[in-house]
Write a protein that binds this ligand. Structure first.
Ligand SMILES: Cc1ncc(COP(=O)(O)O)c(C=O)c1O
Length: 425
């Protein structure tokens, strides 16, 4: 680890939570330089829904490289991009009756968010954007302004202008109607909240701690957006690509957002981001919003191959089935360890246990890593243990991974008891 400590910036994060030098990875398993195996319940923060080195995707990429396919294309037309657009239209958009135009933005998620916010402001000629408590939309300046957590949003960065935050579904408890509150803010000209160009929302907040918006809440949000002439942007960067059970996470609510940001797993681990927009919103002049890395052709090849998973309903059925295995397994774990006071939340293949003691999830993640399982924390204070496995994970690995979690929780609880007993003695 010395070279990393010596040379790499202090900003490094996951390397500290998972202190191993990883070498190879296949499916839902990673191996370090000494050959130690780790089950992966983190999946590259949701970028590896199809697993590490998915064999079909890998083969398509090797073939493309071997025939000297164009790698870097700016936004030129290439065969790889043509095939991606055709596949995306035929397999994803058309069967869902969605008629979005596709914009290739810079390669990371935050690039897609920046693009959406800029376009919304341009089209509506308003600067304000409404976002939600606990939102996470990326860390470049525009995205940061609609991201909630103060850990990232230092006041001195001066990026907090032109955004307002409203309670997400459930933030104020079950009885608080945050949509009624939003409607009041928008209709009262003395509320102090400017009419926004757009409202940006995750249907399930990932980094914010696995908060699942109810369908009715999302429907009401769409209705309010339409009533007040506000664009609805769904940030599907983490919850899209099948994470919640359907390709887009908003499908369950039957809504049609004006714009959708897509990234992470669309490129199967390679950088790639898209902004989907209703055709009439596509008001860019040619080249007006540009960038050098909008044509990651190897990612297009990988994405086109991975979209074949959506050719049959089997894949979505598999997600539902494995999602239930997680739900049942985690419910049993939460019940068994009542002392930890965990609350389980989630849908599809994204689950979180919110622990009463804020440091608990971090300790469980550490204990799990020592036992060969990679799992992250989320939430305002890292209090949520976050389950984000590949959608292709084998059932045996789910069972094995959940057993490790069970043991890790037992171990953290036992240590806590010992510490308390020591203090009393
Ligand atoms: C919902 C959401 N939006 C945007 C982003 C930012 O993506 P990136 O880290 O690729 O810039 C993330 C990353 O976790 C995310 O979860």
């Amino acid at each position: 680890m010395r070279i990393f400590e010596e040379m790499e910036s202090e900003v490094r994060g996951y390397i500290r939570s998972f202190p191993a030098i990883f070498d190879t990875a296949v499916g839902s398993q990673m191996f370090d330089e000494h050959g130690n195996r780790y089950i992966d319940f983190f999946a590259g923060a949701g970028s590896l829904n199809y697993g590490h080195n998915n064999p079909a995707v890998k083969e398509a990429m090797i073939e493309y490289l071997q025939h000297d396919g164009v790698l870097h294309g700016l936004d030129k037309a290439t065969v790889a991009k043509k095939q991606f657009l055709q596949k995306f239209r035929d397999t994803i958009l058309a069967p869902r009756n969605l008629e979005y135009k596709v914009q290739f933005t810079g390669p990371t998620g935050t690039n897609a968010v920046e693009t959406a916010l800029k376009l919304a402001r341009m089209v509506k000629q308003r600067s304000n954007i409404i976002a939600f408590t606990n939102a996470y939309h990326g860390l470049s300046m525009g995205s940061l302004a609609v991201t909630g957590n103060a850990f990232y949003r230092d006041e001195s960065y001066g990026v907090r202008a032109n955004s307002a935050f409203v309670p997400f579904d459930g933030y104020m408890g079950k009885d608080f109607d945050s949509m009624a509150y939003l409607r009041r803010l928008l209709s009262d000209q003395s509320s102090g909240v400017d009419l926004p160009a757009a409202i940006i929302v995750e249907t399930v907040q990932g980094e914010g701690g696995i908060h699942v918006a109810r369908d009715a809440w999302l429907q009401e949000l769409q209705a309010i957006c339409r009533e007040f002439d506000i664009l609805l942007i769904i940030d599907d960067i983490q919850m899209g690509n099948g994470r919640t059970g359907t390709f887009f996470s908003f499908e369950r609510a039957g809504i049609t957002p004006d714009m959708v940001t897509v990234s992470k797993s669309i490129g199967t681990g390679l950088p790639m981001s898209l902004l989907l927009m209703r055709p009439e919103l596509d008001q860019w002049k040619p080249g007006e919003h540009t960038g050098t890395f909008r044509g990651n052709n190897l990612a297009f090849v990988a994405a086109t191959k991975a979209l074949e998973y959506w050719d049959s309903p089997d894949f979505a059925e598999g997600i539902a089935h494995k999602g239930r295995l997680f739900e049942d397994g985690l419910n049993a774990i939460v019940d068994r360890h009542g002392e930890a006071q965990g609350e389980l939340r989630g849908v599809g293949m994204v689950w979180g246990i919110d622990f009463a003691n804020e440091a608990f999830a971090g300790s469980v993640s550490e204990e799990a890593f020592n036992r060969g399982l990679i799992i992250e924390t989320a939430g305002a204070n890292g209090q949520v243990l976050k389950f984000l496995p590949a959608l292709t994970i084998e059932e045996e690995l789910i069972t094995e991974g959940l057993a490790i979690i069970d043991e890790a929780i037992s171990s953290v609880l036992a240590k806590g008891r010992k510490l308390r007993a020591g203090r009393l003695a």
